[in-house]
Write a protein that binds this ligand. Sequence first.
Ligand code: PEP
Ligand code: MG
Length: 579
Amino acid sequence: MGLVLSGISVARGIAIGKSLVLQADFPEIREYTVPRPLLAEEISRFKLAVKKAKRQLKAIRNRIPEHIPAEIAGFIDTHLLMLEDTALAEAPLAIIRERRCNAEWALKIQRDTLVEVFEEMNDPYLRTRKDDVNHVVGRILRNLMGQSHKEEDSETRFHGRIVVAEDVSPAEVLAMHHQGVAGVVTQYGGANSHTAILARSLGIPCVAGVPSLLDYVLNDELLVVDGQQGLLMAAPEAPELEHFRRRQREEKHNRAQLRRIRALPAVTRDGEAVQLLANVEIPEDIPAARRMAAAGIGLYRTEMLFLNRSEPPDEEEQFETYAHIVRAMKQAPVTIRTLDLGADKAPGGAFRRHVVAANPAMGLRAIRCCLREPELFAVQLRAILRASALGRVRLMIPMLSTLQELNQALRLLEEAKETLRHRRQAFDPELAVGGMIEVPAAALQAGSFARRLDFLSLGTNDLIQYTLAVDRLDEQVNYLYDPLHPAVLKLIQRVIQAGRRAGIPVSMCGEMAGDVRYTRLLLGMGLRAFSMYPASLLEVKQIVHDSDTRLLERQVKRILRAERREDILVQVERLNDPD
Ligand code: PEP
Ligand code: MG
């Protein structure tokens, strides 16, 4: 049997190909003294390397495919901004002059200082900025040393290869995709990084966080990547290779089959209608949602509009953005979530002040932040209300943990309506208002929330994080992040039942809703509305078509009685593969 290494599943799919082991991000650097008369030359060498880095990044940005979320492309802009920042563009010049050292060494000193500052920060968002510094410094360094970049060696370097690296930046993944890379495996990183999100949306099979990866894999070795299982197999034997080739063929066939069901309604074998909705981050995601025939938008994460800027967007800008989405979706429902700032989604500039906390995921986030800043919230509420006059808008409040928060939010919504009446601006008086259930306290009290709301939506990404006390961004505890934990399933079940009793719809918009491993389980639990990344929609629809909810409900009852995670897993696998 070939050598099997396991890591974190990042992007599904099987890749088979020869390895391409990439050198570490940082070339080895030595210090040497630059004679005084040559200092000016050393300085212009550094400036040229920075200029070249800008050119390279702009070239990458110009080749980003249209369907890639702007959030990802934004990372390249962040890197470009860093190249303009005095901390990177000028501080090394002073070091060259003072120490009379070579440009590479000066850059290394400055990088170490910056990284130290970031590491001391308690904010995960800022801590991830450390990676950005490393990516940008690595690029300047390679320019200084005349080394090639991962993306530019030759037009075909990555074609059909499986890249094996310590880590890969979002810009590099894009460039690898252009050259037809087969798969990517990294030693570090997890399933929630921007590189991971990008690999998923580009459809590149990817496994991250494989310990000691670079000690085991050689260049030019035959590898198999199983993105779904988070596995890497080196030097597979003939029968193993045949097994994975067969699975690859099946996947291809399945994708072609899936396109055929695009226009069919999502109805189970026993006639239950299921609503398959799309999650969108920015207006540019709408075409993908429409291509996959989404029944509407189940989650529009408005906070993306507030990131990477120093001032929040005003009412007009927000209204225009929301209106664009509502118009583009015609009469399909569009669920606009009010701001979920905080935790890893921290804005810049002055309005950042409230969201820096010792433990940001549990701090002033989402609705808490909005209630602390009622004017910020009021502007958004008015913009959403105005957009509601143009189509079927639903307003959704994230991170509710108490009924008082809900009451306060509803009061502010009434005030916003009053302002619009005064201004004689139209809005939908029947605007549906829903709440996200993503805090265990709210799940336990779901009945009380359901009685006051028009719909509930399960935010499992956070519900799992808060139920199991596992930071969803921390790769070290990723192994504990488990949608099948019996406690998580009990909470989900409770929320679905509460919705039923109150006669209001319950949807799910966390990643779990778009993961086909859980579709049958959730159908059996009574879930009838799933909102997900558009690329998963047809696969989930296929499972809906092949399911019988009456049968599933009986089987799932047993699963919900199980106490051990292992027993649940076996039974869920049996649901998915009854033969
Ligand atoms: C969730 O928590 O499941 C969710 C959909 O919200 P977000 O991922 O934006 O926190
Ligand atoms: Mg959430």
